[in-house]
Design a protein around this ligand. Structure first.
Ligand SMILES: [Zn+2]
Length: 91
C-alpha cells in the first residue's frame, strides 16, 4: 500500500512539473523539486502562480524572446492589442 502511495506522489509531482511547470518561468525541474520537497499541492500552487512563458514569441514583430503578456518591442499581446499606455514607435 505504501509503495502505491509513493508511486502516486512521484507520478503526481512529475505530471504537475510536466503540465504546468514546463510552461512557466519556474521550469520543469524546479517545479518537480518543489513538488517532491513541499508536496505536489504546494508545488502546483507555486508553479501556477509563476510567470507564464510565451513559448511562441511575439506573432506581430517576431520577437522570439518575449516572455510577458505584452511584447517588449512592439507592445502588443497575442490578440494584437497594445499594452495600456504604450505609445507605438512609428518610424
Ligand atoms: Zn512584438
Amino acid at each position: 500500500m505504501q509503495y502505491i502511495l509513493i508511486l502516486f506522489y512521484f507520478g503526481l509531482s512529475f505530471l504537475i512539473a510536466l503540465k504546468i511547470g514546463k510552461h512557466k518561468a519556474l521550469g520543469f525541474w524546479l517545479t518537480l523539486v518543489f513538488c517532491l520537497v513541499l508536496s505536489p499541492f504546494f508545488g502546483y500552487l507555486i508553479a501556477a502562480n509563476s510567470r507564464q512563458i510565451n513559448e511562441k514569441g511575439c506573432p506581430w514583430c517576431g520577437n522570439k524572446y518575449n516572455e510577458a503578456e505584452y511584447c517588449g518591442i512592439c507592445g502588443k499581446n497575442e490578440n494584437g492589442n497594445f499594452r495600456p499606455g504604450f505609445v507605438p514607435d512609428i518610424k
